[in-house]
Design a protein around this ligand. Structure first.
Ligand SMILES: Cc1ncc(C[n+]2csc(CCOP(=O)(O)OP(=O)(O)O)c2C)c(N)n1
Length: 307
C-alpha cells in the first residue's frame, strides 16, 4: 500500500469515528494507529488518552459510557492479551466496546514473538463475547468500521449500568462482612463516609471487595455509584473515563490497596491528564481483605487509610 492510500483511509477513519461522536481515544501506541493518535492529539474536542497498559482502555471506555460519552481503544494485537480479564467488565456491565486492533503475527511477520498473541487475538476476543470484524483491504476499512460503530450504538440492556451495579454492591454488602487485620484500628465503615462527606455530590466508581461494601453502605439510592464486581485493577481507569465524560460532575474513585496496586500505572496516566474533577480514595488496609487478609506489597508501611 502506498503512503498516500494509507494516509487517506486513516484520515477517513478518524473523521468517521468523530462523526459517530467518539470523543475518547485510548491507546498504547502502535505504528499502525499513528495517524489516528496524532489526529486525536490535535483535536481540541477529543480526549487523547495514553494508557500504560491496554486493559486500562477497556475500563476507561466503560467509565466513558457511564458518563454518556463514546470512545475507542486503539491497540496492537499483542495488547489484546493484556485485556483479557478486564473484558469481563464489558460482559458483566453490558458496556458497548469498540476497539481497533492492528495485527501482527500473521502472514509475512518477521518477528516470531508476535505469532502467539497474533494468532490468538480472534479466538480470545470471541471467547470473551466480543464480535470480531476483519479488514484486509483499505477499501473495506470504512464500511467495516461503520458496521462496528452501528453495533456499538446498540445498547444490550434497558437497565442503566449504574443501577445494575448498585444492586450488585448492595448484594455484596448483605453477604459479606469486613475482615480485620490483627492490630488494625481504623473502622473503615466509619472512616470512609467521614472522608467523603456528602456522597450525593459525587459520581462514584469503586473497586471490588471491601470498597464496594464501604460505598454500598452509604446511600439508600445508588444511581450515582458504579461498582466493579470483578475486573480488578480497573477502577481508576473507569473513573478517569467518567471524569472526562462528565466535567460538570465531581467523580470519586474508591479503591483498595490491592486493587490499586494491580494497575499502578493508572496513577501515572491520570497524573498526565490531571482532570480537576477526579479524586481517588484508597482504602489502604495493607491487605487483600477479601481473600483472607494476605498482606499486599505495601506491607512495610504503617496501616492507614489515605486519599
Ligand atoms: C485479577 C484478579 N486477581 C485476583 C482476584 C481475587 N481477589 C478478589 S478481591 C481481592 C483482594 C482485593 O484487595 P483490596 O483491593 O485491597 O480490597 P480489600 O479486600 O482489602 O478491601 C483479590 C486478590 C481477582 N478478583 N481478580
Amino acid at each position: 500500500m502506498d503512503t498516500a492510500t494509507k494516509t487517506r483511509w486513516q484520515d477517513e477513519l478518524y473523521d468517521l469515528l468523530r462523526k459517530h461522536k467518539i470523543t475518547q481515544f485510548a491507546y498504547v501506541p502502535d505504528a499502525g494507529h499513528r495517524i489516528l493518535i496524532d489526529r486525536s492529539l490535535a483535536d481540541p474536542d477529543a480526549h487523547s488518552v495514553a494508557l500504560t497498559t491496554e486493559e486500562e482502555g477497556v475500563a476507561l471506555l466503560a467509565g466513558a459510557d457511564l458518563g454518556g460519552a463514546r470512545g475507542v481503544l486503539l491497540m496492537q494485537s499483542s495488547g489484546v492479551g493484556n485485556c483479557i480479564n478486564m473484558l469481563s467488565l464489558v460482559k458483566g456491565g453490558k458496556f458497548p466496546f469498540l476497539t481497533l486492533v492492528s495485527m501482527r503475527g500473521e502472514f509475512g511477520e518477521g518477528n516470531p514473538w508476535q505469532y502467539p498473541m497474533g494468532q490468538a487475538v480472534q479466538p480470545v476476543l470471541e471467547a470473551m463475547g466480543i464480535i470480531c470484524l476483519r479488514v484486509e483491504r483499505p477499501e473495506d476499512v470504512i464500511p467495516t468500521a461503520s458496521a462496528a460503530l452501528t453495533r456499538q450504538g446498540v445498547r444490550m440492556t434497558g437497565k442503566s449500568a449504574a443501577t445494575a451495579s448498585a444492586a450488585t454492591a448492595s448484594a455484596a454488602a448483605a453477604t459479606a462482612s469486613a475482615a480485620t487485620a490483627p492490630g488494625f484500628v481504623l473502622d473503615r465503615r466509619t472512616a470512609v463516609p467521614a472522608l467523603i462527606g456528602k456522597h450525593e455530590d459525587f459520581l462514584f466508581v469503586c473497586g471490588l471487595a471491601g470498597t464496594s461494601r464501604d460505598i454500598a453502605a452509604l446511600p439508600k439510592d445508588g444511581a450515582h455509584i458504579y461498582t466493579l464486581a470483578g475486573a480488578m485493577g480497573g477502577a481508576c481507569a473507569a473513573g478517569l473515563g467518567l471524569a472526562l465524560a462528565r466535567p460538570d460532575k465531581k467523580v470519586m474513585v474508591v479503591t483498595g490497596d490491592g486493587e490499586l496496586l494491580m494497575n499502578l500505572g493508572s496513577l501515572a496516566m491520570i497524573a498526565v491528564l490531571n482532570p480537576p474533577n477526579l479524586q481517588i480514595l484508597c482504602v489502604d488496609n495493607g491487605h487483600y481483605g477479601e481473600t483472607g487478609m494476605q498482606q499486599t506489597s505495601r506491607r512495610s508501611l504503617p496501616a492507614r487509610a489515605s486519599s
